[in-house]
Design a protein around this ligand. Structure first.
Ligand code: DC
Length: 216
């Protein structure tokens, strides 16, 4: 790979795009950015300051302070932070500030895998490969329940499902940069596919693009 190479991965919460993004970044030796963490960082700042999530100027300030090199997944992965992130993500000026940072990241050699909701449509519309990873809401809720139970927690399936449906509605229904597949995205439905199968399917698509690029 001589110039930068960009892989854009979008999809709803819990579809498996984070795991897939990590596998692909490792395999193709690209940088990796989970853009959800940038929205989570803004939400976390507001929560910590006790400010409402629709305080636009405070959210803009928090967005400007986001440092992509210092995103702390352990702190930001809390469920409540994800819910709050989905709310600050409707603010257009916050999106513009974060998208600029995400684009700069993508341009850094050797290129990157970015995952989020608007990577193929807004952040990197010229990405070399675009994947839209999805799974039914029920499958995503079951995976989340298994994950919680595997670390000794307890949760209620119906409540998790209701949360997922609500988050999908907010992410797909917002005015600015709603979650949707780019026209040229490859769809990967992981409802009945293990992560390894999804990785192999993605790898076949990417290898094909790389081969054509090398021929050109
Ligand atoms: O992927 P995640 O659960 O960490 O994302 C948290 C929220 O951030 C998600 O519900 C919507 C928002 N988000 C976004 O609007 N655009 C992105 N590119 C990534 C996340």
């Amino acid at each position: 790979m001589t110039s930068t190479f960009t892989i854009a991965i979008d999809g709803p919460a819990g579809a498996g795009k984070g795991t897939l993004a990590r596998r692909l970044a490792d395999h193709y030796r690209l940088n990796l950015l989970d853009t959800g963490l940038t929205y989570r960082a803004v939400a976390h700042s507001l929560l910590r300051l006790g400010l409402p999530l629709d305080n636009v100027s405070a959210a803009e300030t928090a967005a400007r302070q986001v440092d992509l090199a210092k995103l702390d997944r352990a702190v930001l992965s809390a469920h409540a932070v994800g819910e709050a992130a989905s709310k600050v993500a409707v603010i257009p000026s916050v999106r513009r500030i974060l998208v600029d940072k995400q684009r700069d990241f993508a341009k850094t050699p050797p290129g990157a895998v970015l995952d989020g909701r608007d990577i193929g449509t807004v952040v990197c519309p010229d990405a070399d490969v675009k994947l839209y990873v999805t799974a039914s809401a029920e499958v995503r809720a079951k995976r989340r329940l298994d994950e919680i139970e595997s670390i000794g927690g307890t949760a209620n399936f119906d409540e998790i499902l209701a949360d997922i449906v609500r988050r999908d509605e907010r992410d797909m229904g917002r005015m600015d940069s709603p979650l949707k597949p780019a026209a040229d995205a490859h769809l990967l439905d992981t409802s009945e596919m293990a992560i390894e199968a999804a990785f192999l399917a993605a790898q076949a698509i990417i290898d094909d693009v790389l081969a054509k690029r090398n021929e050109a």
